[in-house]
Ligand binder design. Structure first.
Ligand code: ATP
Length: 269
């Protein structure tokens, strides 16, 4: 990876319509969207700006997608970095990257900073895990001090995601830091149906395709798996030179995706 690229700044075109299910999470995040759309309205009334939001949930359930959707709905720039990128480089670089990232987000406010895999940098300090990684602790300290250093008028929301909230340093969760948690749960069959609908929007489906049936027969699959399922089905259909994707293609794709997820499980053991 190139060390020059510390983080990316993007204009998100993702909206809540692209995030299927997760209605409760969207509702909770609507407040953040409204703040970012019109921060002055909040400030005028002396309301304290929201600051940090932690999205908590298993891998592939749409946390990153959700953060992009908040930026898209609000129409503000989205600065993203994965926490493991913070610390992979040279000693001392992690902390300066954090400083740089926050400075840039403030310059472009209102804006959103999104830190993926917060646990990579945010594990409890002094636990000896990672062999007392000074670089990581310095980075974490810098992150905490940046969050404390916001002025009331700074119109920057810091979002982050983790699937291990239990290992986070409690200092991260204090008021003024990531004091709001939004749960992004694994989809039930209804939500899986919605996710399949979103991802088949541009796929020509044969009449025999029953997305509800597919949703019911894919327990345990997350959004990323379902996106993969649709893509595999389209690939199989394309290889047959079919005009449309039919149920048989989905059935074969399902076997493949399930094999893939099982392999991942075995490998992670
Ligand atoms: P990780 O913890 O692995 O980073 P994540 O929770 O951030 O995972 P995303 O990266 O947002 O998951 O999801 C991967 C892809 O899966 C998304 O880009 C999207 O295409 C699809 N996806 C996941 N969840 C949903 C959802 N609820 N609705 C629509 N698509 C989804």
């Amino acid at each position: 990876k190139s060390g020059a690229k510390m983080y990316t700044k993007e204009r998100s075109r993702v909206t809540f319509a692209d995030v299927a299910g997760l209605e409760e999470a969207k509702q909770e995040l609507m407040e953040i969207v409204e703040f970012l759309r019109n921060p002055k309205r909040f400030m005028r009334l002396g309301a304290k700006a929201p600051r940090g939001v932690l999205l908590v949930g298993p891998p592939g359930t749409g946390k990153t997608l959700m953060a992009r959707a908040v930026a898209g709905e609000a129409g503000v720039p989205f600065f993203t970095i994965s926490a493991s990128q913070f610390i992979e480089m040279f000693v001392g670089v992690g902390a300066s990257r954090v400083r740089d990232l926050f400075g840039n987000a403030k310059k472009n406010a209102p804006s959103i900073i999104f830190i993926d895999e917060l646990d990579a940098v945010g594990r409890s300090r002094g636990t000896g895990l990672g062999g007392g990684n000074d670089e990581r602790e310095q980075t974490l300290n810098q992150l905490l001090s940046e969050m404390d250093g916001f002025e009331a008028h700074d119109e920057v929301i810091v979002m982050s995601a983790t699937n291990r909230p239990d290992v986070l340093d409690p200092a991260l969760l204090r008021p003024g830091r990531f004091d709001r948690q939004v749960v992004v749960e694994r989809p039930d069959w209804r939500a899986r149906g919605e996710i399949l609908k979103v991802h088949t929007r541009k796929v020509p489906l044969a009449d025999d395709v029953d997305l509800q049936l597919l949703a019911r027969s894919t327990p345990g699959m997350c959004g990323a798996d379902l996106e993969n399922l649709v893509n595999e089905a389209a690939l199989i259909a394309a290889r047959e030179d079919a005009q449309q994707v039919c149920m048989a293609h989905f059935e074969r794709a399902k076997d493949r995706v399930l094999m893939g997820t099982e392999r991942k499980l075995v490998m992670s053991q």
